[in-house]
Design a protein. Structure first.
Length: 396
């Protein structure tokens, strides 16, 4: 059974020869450059981590590790034309997109600027990750002003540093496809998070409660841009794409990020339109990423066409594995939830890590509908021995 076949069967809620595995198939299911560097040093692999998502400093999982850990996924995210070698905050070398230009001042703060010189991302001294700053639409006061920013909105989520031609991305996808991997294409689309990043988090959350014309006006233009992107990319990439990734964080650690009724009125309709077009154009299942306590939204996500949910944050309120499998296990695939990264993978010894993984596997696995992955990216505080133990547990 190929990796592609294995994950396809899992998505259809059928038993497979073994539990399918993802590590690095998405920007939220892999390893940060710092954790990957430690693992490679431990395994005597001499290779610079290749950082494709520089905000989180998430790196590709290369073939040597994919083969060692029997990983079934490959990551197809728009990349750069050119890679350059630079120093990471921890001092080791990484490969970064050439257009991602970091400036570090005397106090150790690092920033990245837009073409007009405005700072778009900031990493504090001693920090490992960048925060997006200076939302481009933060100062508009009425929905009528949106017409002056259509290009900014329509092009949102198309990262400036990911400038590779579509034909090169098609070539990469073809190579992955020939190997039999399950190719996960990151369409780089958000709805709720797009509003938060364009308007500013506080502004957009207030908009949702008090300025419906602003919300609908912004999301109407955004959806136009997304649909155009889907229609442009699908004819070239769909023959090689097995899963399409879409993103939107809907939960916090303790509960929904916004009231479910508000979500259903202002966010869900746009998700439904986007998801249906993605399915028509790519003829592939949808993997939806949302962190946090999203139990209340799972029926809505199923209704909008989501086939699999990641990262299944089992430490969040209401996200217990047994209850999720019981209530939704026949309707949606749990792509994650294999081990908690907040208190188990980073803090326990390999024996306890293995015990936790086997327990979650035995809950989520029966009847299919499960792709193993840790909860979100493996962070720098995770010992390499625990990463190795994670996959050894699946073989035992």
């Amino acid at each position: 059974m190929t990796s592609r076949e294995r994950i396809a069967k899992a998505i259809k809620h059928e038993e497979t020869d073994r539990v399918p595995r993802d590590l690095g198939g998405t920007e939220s299911s892999g390893m940060t450059a710092h954790s990957l560097h430690k693992l490679q040093e431990h395994l005597h692999i001499r290779r610079n981590p290749k950082v494709f998502e520089p905000y989180q400093y998430v790196a590709y999982i290369e073939d040597e590790l994919r083969e060692r850990f029997k990983i079934d996924t490959e990551n197809l995210t728009p990349g750069p034309k050119k890679w350059v070698t630079r120093k990471s905050p921890a001092g080791f070398e990484v490969s970064l997109p050439a257009l991602w230009l970091e400036e570090t001042d005397a106090d150790g703060e690092t920033v990245v600027r837009r073409e007009d010189g405005t700072i778009s991302a900031r990493r504090p001294a001693g920090g490992l990750y960048f925060d997006p700053v200076n939302p481009p639409l933060q100062n508009i006061t009425t929905h009528k002003e949106l017409t002056h920013h259509c290009e900014t909105i329509r092009s949102f989520d198309a990262a400036f540093f990911a400038d590779e031609p579509v034909e090169r991305m098609k070539e990469r996808a073809g190579i992955m496809h020939v190997k039999g991997a399950c190719v996960v294409f990151n369409l780089c689309c958000h709805i709720l998070a797009a509003g938060q990043l364009l308007r500013g988090y506080e502004n957009f959350m207030i908009d949702l409660l008090s300025d419906e014309p602003m919300v609908r006006g912004l999301l109407d233009i955004l959806l136009e841009g997304y649909i155009a992107r889907v229609n442009r990319l699908a004819p070239r990439l769909s023959p090689f794409v097995d899963i399409v990734l879409l993103n939107d964080d809907l939960g916090t650690q303790k509960g929904p990020m916004l009231a479910p009724q508000l979500y259903r009125r202002l966010i869900k309709p746009y998700q439904r339109m986007l998801f249906s077009q993605v399915k028509r154009a790519f003829d592939a299942p949808i993997l939806f990423h949302s962190c946090g306590a999203v139990r209340e939204f799972i029926p809505d996500l199923i209704e909008t066409g989501v086939d699999a949910l990641n990262p299944v944050q089992i430490s969040a309120e209401g996200m217990g594995p047994a209850e999720l499998k019981r209530d939704f296990g026949k309707e949606i695939t749990f792509w994650g939830g294999g081990v908690d990264t907040q208190s188990i993978l980073n803090r326990q010894n390999p024996v306890k890590v293995k015990d936790s993984i086997r327990k979650n596997r035995d809950i989520f696995g029966p009847g299919g509908g499960f792709v193993f992955c840790q909860v979100h990216n493996i962070q720098p505080d995770v010992p390499p021995e625990n990463v190795i133990a994670m996959f050894e547990a699946l073989d035992q």
